[in-house]
Design a protein around this ligand. Structure first.
Ligand code: ADP
Length: 453
């Protein structure tokens, strides 16, 4: 699918009249992905593609430009490329690149939980038990094999419950299985770990074992999780934006605890669901977050749903704070995370995982439009064109959630509590109306007049 962008608010019909102002020249980009992101970059006025871009995981060769040459301003690179090149490259003042050096501290399942556990303990020590309860948003998790014995103790205390095993560094549901009996995991353990004595094999893969959420909120009898997009422009100070749009991913098969081996019932990943025998690619298995919010508000009441979305804000901030001192902060880097959040039948959100490379491949027209707007607005936030004032609290579909502290909303907009009370609300509008084009037009006009005066 390809589409020429009209990024509203500042572009003219003739891109030449509207060049980016990095050194009063065009903005040069590189991109290692071939999906919506490339359409956005290629269609953006004043931006031009640097030829000879890197492809996934390749190292530099003779006639390709060195990353240190500074021949690009913006690079949407893949993680492998960053790992191979970051330590040896020099980033110039004007360059912006996707990913922080050690993003895996948050995006590997075992490290995410380790960091959350650490901040939770510190919070309990310094601020007490009640404050530490604000970390009760991730299911009990242990790393295997290192925490196997602690896990077994916990297992014995809660006989009969369901656990889920997940490879720490894989994605798209690969290698995941559910179990109730310790025997299932000891059988697996034998298979996975015995080969240690076999010198030809590598060290066994790290897994996490996690308490399975047995009471997910169901819609139409189906389980779903919610994809939330979060943009971090800086870890020090922590600056976080939350995108209004997103989607819920449904499983294709009705939920039941009778068939715990059926991945089509229990894993909501699109990569899993699209292989289900009765999967309909036209219908897909997604709802927009806006649709979800409306549905939940009608069914459970606005206040309860507000509380649930506030709890998602808490998940975002606490998880980022848990790695704030660990991530190597670099003013050239930014990260767009895809959070996976599961709701239980009491509308409590649970953090399942955080992705550093959420899929930017579109599964249909609506998904394409969402991702196109998401990335266009991400570029608007980064503002390489230097058209904004830097004081904006909202840019298109992104709302500033945290800037070294919580951001309070200027108005209650369209997500006011049922009683309409004028309270100071956080600047958070996940699943709310996203009139991004109109909003962009307004802020670019305002910024223009501020800059003139
Ligand atoms: P992956 O990175 O392979 O996608 P996830 O941790 O996101 O792994 O898990 C895949 C899917 O499995 C999730 O989208 C969710 O539907 C389900 N799942 C994962 N962990 C749990 C859990 N603790 N309780 C209930 N469902 C879970």
């Amino acid at each position: 699918m390809s589409k020429v962008a009209r990024i509203p608010g500042y572009q003219s019909k003739n891109p030449k009249q509207n060049r980016g102002i990095i050194g009063d020249r065009e903005i040069r980009f590189k991109c290692s992905l071939q999906n919506v992101i490339l359409d956005v970059l290629r269609g953006r006025p004043g931006w031009t593609e640097v030829p000879g871009q890197q492809t996934s995981g390749l190292t530099q060769t003779g006639n390709q430009s060195r990353p240190s040459d500074g021949d690009w301003d913006f690079y949407w690179c893949d993680r492998e490329w960053l790992h191979q090149n970051y330590d040896t490259m020099f980033l110039h003042e004007h360059q912006k690149i996707l990913h922080f050096r050690n993003h895996y501290e948050l995006t590997r399942k075992n490290l995410m939980v380790k960091n959350l556990k650490r901040l939770r303990k510190q919070t309990e020590r310094e601020q007490g038990k009640t404050e530490a309860q604000s970390f009760d948003f991730y299911p009990t998790t242990y790393e295997l094999p290192s925490e196997y014995h602690i896990f077994v103790e916990e297992f014995k205390k809660n006989l009969g419950i369901i656990w889920i095993m997940k490879p720490a560094a894989k994605s798209q549901g690969k290698g995941i299985f559910l179990f109730r009996r310790l025997k299932d995991i000891t059988d697996w353990k034998k298979g996975e770990y015995q080969p240690l004595s076999d010198q030809t094999r590598d060290v066994p893969e790290t897994y996490v074992v996690q308490r399975y959420i047995e009471n997910p909120l169901l819609i139409g009898g189906r389980k779903f999780d919610v994809r939330v997009y979060v943009l971090v422009c800086s870890y020090n100070p922590l600056k976080v934006w939350l995108y209004r749009g997103g989607f819920a991913r449904f499983s294709n098969t009705r939920f039941s605890l009778d068939s715990i081996e059926d991945t089509y019932v229990h894993l909501t990943n699109v990569a899993v669901q699209k292989n289900a025998p009765d999967y309909d690619p036209e219908k897909g298995c997604k709802w927009s977050t806006q649709q979800l919010r409306k549905y939940l508000a009608a069914k459970h009441g606005v206040d309860k749903v507000q509380k649930m979305f506030k709890a998602i804000d808490n998940i975002i901030i606490k998880s980022l704070q848990s790695v704030q001192k660990i991530i190597i902060n670099d003013k050239h880097c930014f990260e767009m995370y895809g959070y996976d959040v599961l709701l239980d039948d009491d509308l409590k959100p649970w953090l399942i995982e955080i992705n550093a490379s959420p899929s930017l491949t579109a599964s249909g027209k609506e998904d394409y439009d969402l991702k196109f707007g998401l990335i266009s607005d991400l570029l608007n936030v980064l503002d390489l064109e230097n058209r904004l004032t830097g004081k904006e609290k909202r840019i298109g579909g992104w709302d500033l959630l945290w800037d070294d502290g919580p951001i309070v909303a200027d108005d209650n907009m369209d997500c006011t509590p049922a009683n309409g009370a004028a309270v100071s609300t956080p600047n958070s509008y996940l699943g709310c109306f996203n009139d991004r084009k109109k909003q962009l037009r307004e802020i670019y006009l305002t910024a223009q007049s501020v800059k003139k005066s």
